[in-house]
Design a protein. Sequence first.
Length: 428
Amino acid sequence: MKLQNQSLKYLSISIFLIIGIWAAIFYYIIQDEIHDSLDGSLSNQKMQIIRQKTLDTSRDQILRREGNYFIREVSKNEAFAVFDSYTDTSIYIPANKEQEPMRMLSTAFQAGDHFYTLKVWSSVVEEDDLIKDLFWAMVWLYVVLIVSVIIINNFALKRLWRPFYQILGQLKAYRIEKNEPLAALETRTAEFAELKKAADSLTEHAREVFNSQKQFTENAAHELLTPLAVLTNKIELMLEKGDLDEHTAVELTDILSIIHQLKQLNKSLLLLSKIENKQFIENKKISLGQLCHEVLENLEPYATYKNVQVRFQQQQAVEIDMNSILAHVLVTNLIKNAIFHNKASGQVSITLTANRLTIANSGATAPLDSKAVFKRFFKGSTSHRSTGLGLSIVAAIVKVYQLTIRYYYADEMHHFEVDFNNSGRSPG
């Protein structure tokens, strides 16, 4: 839920509670005032009626019912037991043919030697209508307040929070590999100015760490290659002299092979680091079909040497928005992996559809660990010639471009399937 909707929810609940409590208190106050007013009016009517009846000498005249009161003769003891009391009741009105709410005053008085009880009442229908009107007034007040809050929330508060959303948008769009600071932002709100300052400080620190790590990786890779190149040259010179015995020559050849593996490992780790740091940011439209043909042409001698039959099937032309170097590495590593880990006289099947690239190869008769196959230094075979980083690089490229890749084993074939439905997005 958005911040402005959250604030609207809490404001609505708060206003509802405040108006509800205030309306209940106001209702009882108004009701008490109405009762006081009615009681005062009934008290005045009582005095007038008693004053009038005490002037009459005829008992029948006193008991005669006139208007909104009722008199009944009682004993002296009953009369002295009656005190002035006000009650809410209902009385049947023949003219309206229904019960109506009344406010009644009960009292007693003496006229001559006789004692009487007097009940005088007044209708509260108009007062009930007043209370209903007040209730609906509270309802409309609540509606008006909520509408006002919505208007204020959508215009005034939205404008007030604009710097916050601008900072949030900058952070979402920020790409550390571009090595650029956040755009300047002017605001007179102290909290947002502090937030912008913190965001600038955070991104600046992130750039410094990123550049430091990038420089370290490049320097480490370069410094490692230098002694390896020197070592390679010295061993090659020793082999070219020809004055070594056969055993020593074989050992030096094995050492050269190990050095070559170290070079490949260094190169792969550097590439993996660059991919994960998103240093490949220039994208263009890449024809996957054409790229597959180029890679197959480059790897044809290797497939011939392994006696592996490669079949490529393209259902339609497919283009993706990727960095050309990473696209080439992605396809090369997948096809090379399928050939390298194949069996003698094996098969490789490459299928390109509108949404995915599937590469299947024969090989080991047991499926690989689908959870570990894309991890660094995972080796599906015991070959020492593999660095164990090929599929890790593939997974890193797929992650950068928010694609998906999965492995499964079916029909005695190992399948690697890249789904590029989300291609066209820039890395990050």
